[in-house]
Design a protein around this ligand. Structure first.
Ligand code: UT7
Length: 338
């Protein structure tokens, strides 16, 4: 029997309507457009409406991804969603909510929690299921409503993030030239306190004196970050990860069509770009428009060049992400969308 490979058949994204500029933050915080632009490269980000949850954003991206893949909803064998801002903490999973809103029934659906590396982890899981011949078409979704877990009095975090979703259909193929070549994933829990939602409604909350509603206020779900420490480790890890996956697969950086890094900070992207010696015109940058959309950041960036007509079938993509956990991952793949 011919060897089965996994291939990225389509990409899609959804950006919510409300554009929030740096000047909007100047009105509520001691910050400036100048500081945010200089330190992060971010100019705008988009926030979802109150009635638009993370799964709703995911559904919008998923519908387009399925259409662009040229398959029917009923062809999907598995739905996996990466999110750090799920509609509900615990259950049901966003993947189940997305499946149901798409009309997918009786198909396995689950979420993963690997923060900003989510999309790379999803690729790794999808590739394994397909190459082991378990499934033929897998819908992967990175969907975030990070505005729902931001502390809008903390200027060092709230200006960095945005909402959005990205989705892709990963399918089986026997054509080696269409394949996801490799996916590298890693984690080091030693640095678990660098990026956290420390007071989320998890089992860490101690209700030994009985459940107290007053303890469960909004602050329980805020995101916190040790920015400086994260910055340094992010640059080193992202660059090493790329060098490793290229050398493991005997691929020269010059052969890569586009480098699509996680969009957290323009200074991180530029530092990594220099370290891996990629031609600057091949580096995809969307952080100025969308801010950091965590698990949605990489698929939104892939779709950005797809929508602009720059991404072609057969282009060799190098993806690289880093996030809370700490987690990281990279991937090399031939894009196979029409
Ligand atoms: O997606 C997961 C991965 N995430 C990342 O990799 C993010 C990594 N970290 C970063 O991108 C950067 O560390 C930040 C953008 C978060 C911060 O930039 P920085 O250059 O590391 O600034 P800093 O934290 O060292 O702060 C410098 C100064 C401080 O003031 P003092 O103590 O020097 O007086 C901050 O209070 O900038 C101040 N500051 C701000 N000033 C105006 C922090 N945030 C702001 C702000 N506006 N929004």
């Amino acid at each position: 029997m011919a060897k089965i490979y996994a291939t990225m058949r389509s990409i899609a994204s959804y950006v919510p309507k409300n554009c929030v500029s740096n000047t909007d933050f100047e009105k509520i915080l001691d910050t400036s457009d100048e500081w945010i632009t200089k330190r992060t490269g971010i100019k705008t980000r988009y926030f979802a409406d109150n009635n638009e949850d993370a799964s709703a954003l995911g559904v919008k991206a998923a519908e387009v991804a399925i259409k662009r893949a040229g398959i029917q909803v009923s062809d999907i064998d598995l739905v996996i969603c990466a999110t750090l801002s799920p509609d509900y903490l615990g259950m049901p999973s966003n993947a189940c909510l997305i499946s149901s809103r798409l009309g997918i029934e009786n198909k396995p659906s689950f979420d993963i929690t690997t923060a900003c590396s989510g999309f790379i982890y999803l690729l790794s899981i999808a590739k394994s299921f397909i190459e082991s011949n378990v499934y033929k078409h897998i819908l992967i979704v990175g969907a975030e409503k990070i505005s729902s877990i931001l502390d809008f009095s903390d200027r060092s975090t709230c200006v960095l993030f945005g909402d959005g979703a990205g989705a892709a259909v990963i399918s089986a193929t026997t054509n080696k030239n269409e394949r996801i070549i490799d996916v590298n994933i890693g984690a080091n829990g030693k640095y678990n306190d660098f990026l956290m939602t420390p007071r989320c409604l998890g089992s860490k909350l101690n209700f030994s004196n009985g459940f107290n509603v007053a303890q469960v206020d909004k602050t329980h779900s805020y995101l916190t970050m040790k920015g400086n420490e994260t910055f340094k480790i992010a640059v080193k890890t992202l660059a090493n990860d790329v060098k490793e996956i290229l050398s493991k697969n005997n691929i020269n950086i010059k052969d890569v069509s586009y480098f699509i890094p996680h969009q957290a900070n323009l200074r991180i992207i530029n530092a990594v770009g220099d370290m891996i010696e990629i031609e600057p015109s091949k580096v995809v940058i969307t952080v100025h428009k969308y801010g950091n959309t965590s698990a949605a950041s990489i698929p939104m960036a892939i779709d950005d060049i797809y929508k602009n007509g720059k991404l072609k079938k057969g282009d060799l993509l190098l993806l690289d992400a880093f996030g809370g956990g700490l987690t990281w991952g990279s991937s090399l793949l031939y894009f196979n969308g029409e």
